[in-house]
Structure formats: C-alpha cells, structure tokens
Design a protein around this ligand. Structure first.
Ligand SMILES: [Cu+2]
Length: 168
C-alpha cells in the first residue's frame, strides 16, 4: 500500500514537472516569436492564439480554431508607457468593435510596468515591463456599450492611463 501510494505521488510530480517545462519552453518560444509582431500581426491570425490558455478569462474558454462566435476577430496592438496607452501613435485610443466580435489585445510596455484591463468583460493581460515582450488577452465583445479600459497597476488609471472600449 505505502509503496504504491508513493509511486503514485512520484508519477504526479513527474507529470507536473513535464507540464512546467513544456509551458516554460513554449513561453520562451512565444516570446521570441513576438518581438516582430508589431509588423506582421495583421494577417497572421493564428500564431498568437496559442498563448490563449494562460490569460484567458473564464467566460471564454474556447480558443479560436472553429468559429464559435459569429463575429470577426479584431486584433489591437497596444503599448504602455507612463502613463498612457498607445496604438498606432494615438494615445489612449478608442477601441471600437462590433457586438459578437472576438477581440484580441496584444499588449507590451515600452516604459514602466503596466497591464491592460477591461472589467466588464473580465479581461486583463498580465502585468508586463519593457523587457517582457508582449502578452495577449482574448475575449468576445458580447454586449454593446462604452466601457473603460485601464491600467491596473498602482495609480496609473488615476494618472490617465485609460481609454474607451466601444462595442457597437
Ligand atoms: Cu500602467
């Protein structure tokens, strides 16, 4: 009994280690991959979706593969600095999508430690600094309205690190 029990525990530990190594290797690879994404993100579509599982909101467990949502996939590439979001040179841009669209936010920092958070859709990226590469959050814009996205680090939101997420 004792021995069998121990073997079971060892097997579990081994499995956990393998998973950790696999995740680590994947993460490293993805990070490498993403250094050039600001140029090629449009049209690639498939590559960032693999990163989905770690940051995905619980309300959206399905990765892309099929097309469960009827809307398009909309990709937005934002960077953070003290204390603004920037997209294509525009500070704290309006992010507009249609109801039902699947939204992918690819976020990185060029200055300081930031994240991208949108409470109403339970969406938030990891917190990243400028050496961390980019991180992605995906969700479905399943309700209409104007919502405020913001940086959840410290008092960045109060310092003006926020903008409107508009679902039409
Ligand atoms: Cu911030």
């Amino acid at each position: 009994m004792m021995v069998a029990h121990k073997k079971g525990q060892i097997a579990i530990i081994v499995v956990v280690l393998i998973i950790l190594i696999a995740v680590g290797a994947f993460f490293f690879f993805f990070r490498d991959d993403s250094s050039s994404t600001s140029n090629n993100i449009v049209g690639s579509g498939s590559s960032p979706s693999r990163d989905n599982s770690q940051y995905n909101s619980p309300s959206n467990p399905t990765p892309s593969s099929g097309s469960p949502s009827t809307g398009d996939v909309k990709i937005f590439v934002l960077t953070g600095k003290n204390f603004r979001f920037v997209m294509n040179g525009v500070e704290n841009p309006d992010i507009k999508v249609k109801q039902g669209d699947k939204v992918k936010i690819e976020f990185s920092s060029t200055q300081g430690f930031h994240d991208w958070t949108l409470d109403e859709f339970n969406a938030a990226t990891k917190q990243v600094m400028d050496t961390d590469g980019s991180t992605i959050v995906e969700f479905v814009a399943d309700k209409k309205g104007t919502f405020e996205y913001y940086c959840g680090v410290g008092s960045h939101r109060a310092n003006g690190m926020k903008g409107n997420f508009i679902v039409e």
